[in-house]
Structures are given as structure tokens and as C-alpha cells.
Design a protein around this ligand. Structure first.
Ligand SMILES: C[S@@+](CC[C@H](N)C(=O)[O-])C[C@H]1O[C@@H](n2cnc3c(N)ncnc32)[C@H](O)[C@@H]1O
Length: 239
């Protein structure tokens, strides 16, 4: 499929529901760092739709960056994006950014990216985070390091439920095991997807508790209390 489609001469940027949810949480005029840009679709969409004033697009690998450069040039916004080949935010100048997007990566990778950045603990920065996996680990990291989730939403994409969150460094406070799986902001979102999402989390936690209960490994058994507590809390959220 070509990267861009034209309807009546107007370019259509193929943005997934998942990335659309991230774009909707970005304030107009934002100076965005799109970390793990890959194809560059989000960066291109934000500029073509006049949401971002400027974008720094970073990726660990050269091949995706090359793809992003080609897509941006084809979309006519190649000059408006600064490209960086780097790990996380390592080469991105602080003064170029007021909004950081980390989407489509594991929650543990996103936590590492934040942890490795010397300037990310700044209340002036808005963080848009969309982990594909290990959302509980990322929420635990955020709560333990002074970040608060301001908004979290669910989105259906290709039959799968994803979540995206808007986060800020403001002192925050640690989250309970249950809140690490379903944040208070997600619970308050009123999303129609919430019942299905809670069922999915409960099923996963039940599997974890059952698996660990049968384990003889003392390290694994030490995690049992965490999963049991999370399961108990998430079951309460369903009531
Ligand atoms: C699955 S793609 C997601 C692309 C896009 N952000 C999205 O959500 O559709 C993940 C991208 O992140 C890049 N990546 C992984 N770890 C990274 C890191 N530590 N720093 C920068 N980029 C990274 C990968 O090279 C890959 O291009």
C-alpha cells in the first residue's frame, strides 16, 4: 500500500486509531519530540494538520529513520522535521521540545527512555505515552518517580484495545498494584471499552496468580502478593 492516499487531490495520512488517540492529546502549537518515530506518520500528521509547530523525530535505527525521511518528503513536510538517530531523547535539544511522544514501544523501554533523560523531570513538559506492553510496569515507574497521569484513554484498533496516557512531572505519588494495571484516570474516563478492558486485565492477573501459586521458585512466589493485591483491587473496580 502506498504511504499516502489522495482523495479528490487531498492527501490522506494513514493514521491508526492508536496514533490518533495520541494526536488528540497534543495541544495545538506543540513542539513535539516523536521518539521511536519509525515510519514518521505521527510526525507528518501533526504537521500536515497544523497541530504541531515543529517536530523532532528520533529513532534508534537508521532504516526506520530513512523511511520517515522519505515519507516526510513525499508529504511535503520534510523541511519541518529534525531527524535524530539516537537512543530515546539523548540527542534531542531540550529547547526544541514541550511535548514528548513515546508510542508503540514496550512500557519498560519507555520507562528506560524517561529514566535516561536528564531534563524530562520538568512540569513544563507534556508526555504522551502509549505502551504496547507492560503498562503496569510503566505506571509503577511513573508513580514512583514523581509523574502523574493526567488523562488516560482506551482505543480500539484492529480488534485490540490499546491505551494512551497524558503525563506530567508534578511530584506525583506511588500507585497501588491495582492502579498500576488500571489507573484512576482510566477508570474515570467513562470509556465504553472499560468493561472489556477490566475483564482482560482480570483474566491476565488470574493467570499470573495461578501460575505463580504452583511455582516452587521463591523469587516468583515473592511476587504472588503483588498479583493477588492487584487482582483484588481490579475486581473491586468492576463492582
Ligand atoms: C513499533 S515502532 C512504533 C512506531 C510508532 N511510534 C508507532 O507507534 O506506530 C517502534 C520504533 O521505536 C524504535 N525504538 C525502539 N527503542 C527505541 C529507543 N530506545 N529509542 C528510540 N527509538 C527506539 C524502533 O526502532 C521502532 O522504529
Amino acid at each position: 500500500m502506498p504511504p499516502f492516499l489522495y482523495y479528490g487531490g487531498i492527501m490522506h495520512i494513514p493514521l491508526s486509531n492508536r496514533l490518533s488517540a495520541c494526536a488528540q492529546m497534543i495541544a495545538p502549537g506543540a513542539m513535539v519530540a516523536d521518539v521511536g518515530t519509525d515510519h514518521g506518520y505521527l510526525a507528518i500528521y501533526l504537521l500536515r494538520n497544523h497541530i504541531a509547530a515543529q517536530v523532532c523525530a528520533a529513532d534508534l535505527r537508521e532504516k526506520p529513520l530513512e523511511k520517515a525521511r522519505m515519507n516526510a518528503a513525499a508529504a511535503g513536510v520534510g523541511e519541518q522535521i529534525q531527524f535524530y538517530r539516537c537512543d530515546g531523547l539523548q540527542l534531542i535539544p531540550r529547547e526544541m521540545v514541550d511535548t514528548i511522544v513515546c508510542a508503540g514501544m514496550g512500557g519498560d523501554t519507555i520507562a528506560h527512555i524517561l529514566d535516561d533523560c536528564s531534563w524530562v523531570q520538568d512540569p513544563a513538559l507534556t508526555l504522551i505515552l502509549q505502551p504496547q506492553t507492560s503498562g503496569n510496569d510503566l505506571r509503577r515507574y511513573l508513580g514512583a518517580h514523581g509523574f502523574s497521569i493526567e488523562e488516560e484513554r482506551l482505543v480500539l484498533d484492529g480488534g485490540r484495545i490499546y491505551f494512551a496516557m497524558r503525563v506530567r512531572f508534578d511530584g506525583g505519588s506511588p500507585l497501588t498494584p491495582g492502579q498500576q494495571y488500571v489507573s484512576p484516570q482510566l477508570l474515570a474516563s467513562g470509556s465504553a471499552l472499560l468493561p472489556d478492558y477490566l475483564d482482560r486485565v482480570i483474566a491476565g492477573l488470574r493467570r499470573a496468580v495461578e501460575g505463580i501459586s504452583q511455582s516452587q521458585n521463591p523469587e516468583e512466589r515473592a511476587r504472588l502478593f503483588y498479583y493477588e493485591t492487584a487482582l483484588h483491587e481490579v475486581l473491586e473496580m468492576k463492582l
